[in-house]
Ligand binder design. Structure first.
Ligand SMILES: NC(=O)c1ccc[n+]([C@@H]2O[C@H](COP(=O)([O-])OP(=O)(O)OC[C@H]3O[C@@H](n4cnc5c(N)ncnc54)[C@H](OP(=O)(O)O)[C@@H]3O)[C@@H](O)[C@H]2O)c1
Length: 356
């Protein structure tokens, strides 16, 4: 099966029309809501920093484990890959910029003295590339204990992926949805009842203001809003991870799925946001934003903390459990999004899941 089903499926609902950004009431509402969430998180981070700051979780060395980190070439993903390498894991960075990734691999190897750090090309904006990445990884015969679905784009201008999907939906959500499906067999084989494999999916507080119609998860019916599209892609990830955990548990697979929320982190993710926000990031980032290392701690914690052995279905923030949006627990919504995503990604609904 190739990437072609997704190719036509992605375009079908908009009949080839490019998404257009327009300042409608809906777009304005999404912008205000996303900024309100961001401001609330920044305030909480400031208070926490003033109260004594952030504590890095202490974790044991894990030299026998193999992890894939998508978007491990920058920001939170780079910090996650580096920290997992410090723990002795074999780390495969999945990225779409070979030159940048090779440089990152050399730097991490040098810093951590861990030679088991590698790069494999994966462009999440292309289902063909995601499939090739999975084939390349599996052909190496390595076990897979940890998959960190981290890569992302935020508030990019209207545009489509290679397969015709709205960019946030395609890169942040559908690419990871397919990747996880393709690697689930490897995760299951490498896990055991006492040491389960882990799928860690990087969400965002913006999912709290996301809205998603499972019959139209890319919201083609509305004019394009970058804020709504980003929040929607993160809500889709939350719904996906919650359902994944339920299906894994029902089947008794030795794999857990958790969500992590890094907070607001000083990275290049903000390159497309309003210049005023970038000015705040530049001037006050040191005080209000988390550093990439601090932002990565929850991902690393979810990937490696012994106390999370066997624990799945959690939404983790600041290395502790918190509640996702109530709607994200809606199993009917989860199932409908899952079915539609399988259709868009060109995989049978329930791939590997004969449990419902
Ligand atoms: N920063 C925050 O405040 C914040 C808050 C909540 C959630 N998050 C989430 O955290 C995750 C990491 O974000 P970040 O802040 O670390 O951003 P970042 O510094 O911009 O890093 C994003 C990473 O994703 C990669 N990427 C982008 N498009 C890709 C594609 N098509 N295929 C493969 N890789 C791709 C980038 O690759 P290149 O190196 O080639 O650019 C980069 O490595 C994202 O999922 C984001 O939504 C971030």
């Amino acid at each position: 099966m190739g990437g072609d089903p997704g190719l036509t499926a992605g375009r079908s609902e908009a009949e080839g029309a490019e998404p257009v950004a327009m300042l409608t009431l809906g777009a304005l509402r999404a912008t205000v809501l996303v900024y309100a969430v961001g401001a609330a998180v920044l305030l909480a981070q400031l208070l926490r920093r003033l109260r004594g700051g952030f504590q890095e979780p202490a974790l044991p060395a894990q030299p026998d484990r193999v992890a894939i980190v998508t978007g491990g070439t920058d920001g939170i993903g780079l910090a996650t890959a580096r920290r997992l390498a410090w723990l002795g894991m074999c780390v495969v960075i999945a990225g779409n910029n070979a030159a940048k990734a090779n440089d990152v691999v050399s730097r991490i190897r040098e810093e951590t003295k861990n030679e088991k750090v590698h790069f494999l090309f994966c462009d999440l904006a292309s289902l063909r590339s995601v499939r090739k990445f999975a084939r390349d990884f599996l052909s190496r015969g390595l076990p897979l204990h940890v998959l960190v679905n981290n890569a992302g784009v935020m508030m990019v201008p209207p545009g489509r992926t290679e397969d015709g999907f709205e960019h946030h939906f395609g890169v942040n959500f559908l690419g990871h949805f397919l990747l996880t499906h393709l690697l689930l067999g490897a995760l299951t084989s490498a896990g055991s009842p006492g040491q389960r494999s882990r799928v860690v999916t990087v969400a965002s507080a913006t999912h709290y203001v996301g809205e998603l119609d499972p019959a139209d998860p890319q919201d083609w019916k509305s004019p394009y809003s970058a804020h709504a599209a980003y929040a929607r892609s993160k809500l889709a990830l939350v719904l996906f991870s919650q359902r994944l955990q339920r299906l894994l548990a029902a089947r008794g697979d030795p794999v857990t799925a958790n969500l992590v929320d890094p907070g607001v982190v000083d990275t290049a993710l903000f390159r497309h946001v309003w210049w005023g926000t970038r000015a705040v990031q530049r001037v006050l980032g040191w005080l209000l934003f988390k550093t990439p290392d601090e932002g990565a701690w929850t991902s690393v914690y979810a990937a490696a903390a012994p106390e999370l052995e066997g624990v799945g279905g959690r939404y983790l923030y600041n290395e502790a459990e918190t509640e996702p949006l109530g709607l994200a627990r809606d199993v009917e919504l989860q199932a409908r999004l899952w079915a539609e995503s399988c259709r868009l990604a060109g995989i049978p609904d329930g791939t590997g899941f004969g449990v419902e």
